[in-house]
Design a protein around this ligand. Structure first.
Ligand code: ADP
Ligand code: AMP
Length: 215
């Protein structure tokens, strides 16, 4: 099952991907999580990426293309993968097609989660994240114990790019650079739309209906 979970920042990709990855036993590959892990570890990639991430800009395509190629070649992708946050530009999508043809794992589907801008701002400004990759919301999806991750017990934090000014910039970048991929994948016959504005469980049920077709 080879799937891209697509949508603007805050659409709920990470939230859904955690559940889907367990249910279908395929890895959740979030380029944002990989970049943040590199920032935390102070790697060369992390130092370079941070400059862009803090401003709400995209990290250059060539950096991401190399990173995703290496990740998709890992053995845990043998039965499929769930991409979250990649591709974000037409050159990234073109590169992905080439990589997937090379490794013979073409996409089954691009699931586009639609959510309106003001809801996205509310979701992102109330998001609390854990370094294990889980994310919560102070009102819509709060952890059992305030400030503590249900999954790993780690301390939750607010991402530097989840401040309102950076959120607005990220949404503008999404509209300019990433949204054109909706037409790109629609033309390729791969796009399936889901309403991402419902409750977490009802969005999950809608996505599972799509993914069950590829089992
Ligand atoms: P993305 O990975 O697409 O950027 P997240 O999965 O991190 O988005 O979700 C953004 C925020 O919105 C998080 O705080 C999350 O808890 C919350 N959230 C996710 N899905 C929903 C939903 N269906 N309804 C309300 N809040 C949600
Ligand atoms: P995310 O966790 O998906 O919201 O991504 C956080 C930030 O990481 C983005 O605002 C970008 O700066 C960077 N990033 C993540 N994925 C990509 C990508 N595919 N291309 C470029 N930059 C990315």
């Amino acid at each position: 099952m080879n799937v891209v979970l697509f949508g603007p920042p805050g659409a709920g990709k990470g939230t859904q991907a955690k559940e889907l990855s367990q249910k279908y036993d395929i890895p959740h590959i979030s380029t944002g999580d990989i970049l943040r892990a590199n920032v935390r570890e102070g790697t060369e990639l992390g130092l370079k990426a941070k400059e862009y991430m803090d401003k709400g800009e995209l990290v250059p395509d060539q950096v991401l293309i190399g990173l995703i190629k290496d990740r998709l070649e890992e053995p845990d992708c043998a039965n499929g993968y769930l991409l979250d946050g990649y591709p974000r530009t037409i050159p990234q999508a073109d590169a992905l097609t080439g990589i997937l043809n090379e490794i013979n794992k073409p996409l089954d589907s691009v699931i586009n989660m639609g959510v309106g801008d003001e809801e996205l701002v509310k979701r992102l400004s109330g998001r609390r994240s854990c370094k294990c990759g889980e994310s919560y919301h102070i009102m819509f999806n709060s952890p059992k114990e305030e400030g503590v991750c249900n999954a790993c017990g780690g301390q939750l934090y607010q991402r530097d790019d989840d401040r309102e000014d950076v959120i607005r910039q990220r949404l503008a970048v999404y509209n300019d650079k990433t949204k054109p991929l909706i037409e790109y994948y629609d033309n390729a016959g791969l796009l399936v739309n889901v309403d991402g504005a419902g409750l977490v469980d009802s969005v999950l049920a809608d996505i599972c209906k799509i993914m069950d077709q590829y089992k």
